[in-house]
Ligand binder design. Structure first.
Ligand code: TYD
Length: 205
């Protein structure tokens, strides 16, 4: 069976975790082997890079340093986890992938989408997802959802609402440029969102 690579994207608090786990449960019920991973992280080295990236004490981190750390964690998870799983015919679901760098570092931090797109390709050796779901929600909607969860904000989540707005515009721009990205209205109920996602994946597997 052919491996399939599915990624989920969106601003912080868009509801990705709910959808990735609904997706995993459904695909496993269909008898597929599923690997669910997250970025940054998913490997021993990647989890250490994640700590550096999200630690609020690292408030002086330069945007370029941030970008290279995300790309470094990505190179590692692609080599160590994603490529081998795909070649074994597994379905790999990734909670965030290189479109996050495009939106967060390329657009919101202002490093420029062109440079980030180039680095994305270098870090993954050209591996792109088969399909990407962009869960689109307003910044206010995401804040409400995050408040319900009551989690403490990490360094990047603490960058403020205007930053999140730029991230959202970055994802909208990425989706307008690449047909691989499917935009889903994330203000709907989890079941309604999942129904749309399931339909697209059914057409793919
Ligand atoms: P995480 O706790 O995984 O956030 P979420 O649960 O919202 O996915 O933290 C990852 C943070 O890193 C999140 O704020 C998005 C950000 N990020 C980037 O800025 N660039 C990237 O390339 C990736 C993968 C994540």
């Amino acid at each position: 069976m052919k491996g399939v690579f599915i990624t989920f994207e969106g601003i912080d608090g868009c509801g990705k975790s709910t959808q990735t786990s609904m997706c995993r449960t459904w695909l496993e019920e269909l008898g597929r082997t599923v690997l669910l991973v997250r970025e940054p992280g998913g490997t021993k080295i990647g989890e250490r890079i994640r700590e550096l990236l999200l630690d609020k004490k690292n408030s002086s981190m330069a945007p370029l340093t941030e970008l290279f750390l995300f790309e470094a964690a990505r190179a590692q998870i692609v080599e160590e986890v994603i490529k081998p799983a795909l070649s074994e015919g597994k379905i790999v679901i990734c909670d965030r992938f290189f479109d996050s760098s495009y939106a967060y570092q390329g657009c919101a931090r202002g490093l420029g989408p062109e440079m980030v797109s180039r680095l994305n390709m270098d870090a993954t050796g050209g591996l792109a997802p088969d399909i990407t779901f962009f869960l689109d929600i307003s910044v206010e909607g995401a804040i409400k959802r995050r408040n319900v969860r009551g989690e403490e904000k990490d360094r990047i989540e603490s960058a403020g609402d205007a930053f999140q707005e730029k991230v959202r515009l970055g994802f909208i721009r990425a989706a307008s440029e690449d047909g691989r990205i499917v935009t889903v209205d994330a203000s709907l109920s989890p079941d309604e969102i999942f129904a749309q996602i399931r339909e697209k994946i059914e057409a793919l597997i």
